[in-house]
Design a protein around this ligand. Structure first.
Ligand SMILES: *Cc1c(COP(=O)(O)O)cnc(C)c1O
Length: 364
């Protein structure tokens, strides 16, 4: 009996491999005390204000959420100095990436991305029967010149992950300015700034200014999953000129962001102390891990995000398994084409110390 044929385009898609959940490691390896430094979540957790907002919102879940995210969009607009017409909210930034593909890609269209980078861009393109043109990084950075050179009449979007996942590197203001001068107006430049809140470098671009001055082929993506500690609720947003936002809204599910997530995001946005503390913990943890890696003789890529890409000079899958047995979950580099690298999320001081202790053990 023949089964129903699925669309040809999706056959090439490799299912996303997420960071291992804590419960899975506890279940499968029988390890009780497990820490996850695998998915770049905020080790401090969410703002207590967000938790209270979640509790209060719980009683209202029999109601559909506001499909328009009115209050959240207004809060974001005010904070960022935009109008709500410049903003769209998604069920995580992941959903917005998929909406971008649904909005702009016809079969055979191309997107240009870096390699290595976040895999969702290629995934979204593949779902729409589009193609991702992967341009190798240079010294772990986006090679914007080479990326510009790969733009053809088929190109609809260029994705710049800034800071880049998994390398933690950034594209600076000047390079981005120059790149944008070369990009034709028919190509949308997607600046994925999921980790913008952790950046300390002064030459990090003021990307929202492009949108503010009416540049209509730039869209900036941000998320509540990282510094705001709400990964489990799924909220992300994008900022662009109203016309781009209107087109994205055509493909948006009517109630894409749930009621609890909206309430939590508004509360999280207001808690500036928690935000600041999260940034500080990250900066301290980064210094500690740099020192420890150096002491271990390991090279790492200096990061502007909340994770570090480190060269452990042996198969990361083996090291990953050994770390797992000792209750520490990280990400292996093989999924990004770097077999000997680990990507580790910067944790609390105690988590970082534990990670270094077990890494020392495992590396021998
Ligand atoms: C984590 C991450 C996101 C955020 O995804 P959500 O769907 O909002 O959780 C977006 N882009 C990159 C590069 C990321 O690493």
């Amino acid at each position: 009996m023949a089964t129903v044929a699925c669309r040809e385009a999706i056959l090439a898609i490799k299912p996303y491999v997420p960071g291992k959940p804590i419960e899975e490691v506890q279940r499968e390896l029988g390890v009780k005390d497990v820490i996850k430094l695998a998915s770049n979540e905020n080790p401090l957790g969410p703002s207590p204000d967000a938790v209270r907002a979640i509790q209060e919102a719980a009683e209202r879940v029999y109601l559909y959420p506001d499909g328009n995210c009115y209050y959240l969009k207004n809060a974001l607009a005010e904070k960022l100095g935009f109008s709500p017409e410049n903003i769209i909210v998604g069920n995580g930034t992941d959903e917005i990436i998929k909406m971008l593909a649904e909005t702009y890609l016809n079969p055979g269209d191309e997107i240009v991305v870096a390699a290595p980078t976040f895999s969702e861009y290629e995934f979204a393109a593949q779902v729409m029967a589009g193609r991702a043109i992967k341009v190798p990084c240079r010294s772990f950075r986006h090679d914007l010149k080479a990326m510009a050179a790969h733009i053809t009449p088929r190109t609809k979007m260029v994705f710049i992950c800034n800071p880049n996942n998994p390398t933690g590197t950034i594209v600076g203001q000047m390079l981005l300015d120059n790149f944008l001068k070369e990009v034709p107006p028919s190509v949308l430049v997607v600046l994925d700034e999921a980790y913008a809140d952790y950046v300390t470098a002064e030459h990090y671009p003021d990307s929202l200014a492009y949108v503010r001055y009416g540049r209509d082929n730039v869209i900036v993506l941000r998320t509540f999953s990282k510094i705001y500690g709400l990964a489990g609720l799924r909220v992300g947003f994008a900022v662009a000129v109203p016309e781009v936002i209107r087109n994205l809204n055509r493909v948006r599910e009517p109630f894409n962001v749930n009621l609890i997530a909206q309430a939590a995001a508004i509360a999280a946005l207001r808690d500036e102390a928690h935000y600041k503390k999260s940034r500080e913990v990250n900066i301290e943890g980064k210094q500690y891990l740099y020192e420890q890696f150096t002491a271990l003789g390991l090279e790492y890529v200096p990061t502007e995000a909340n994770f570090i890409f480190v060269n452990i000079r042996q198969d990361s899958r083996t090291v990953f398994q050994e770390l797992l047995k000792r209750g520490v979950i990280v990400r292996t580099g093989d999924i990004f084409g770097y077999d000997n690298f680990l990507r580790v999320t910067i944790g609390t001081p105690r988590q970082n110390e534990r990670f270094i202790k077990v890494l020392r053990e495992v590396l021998g």
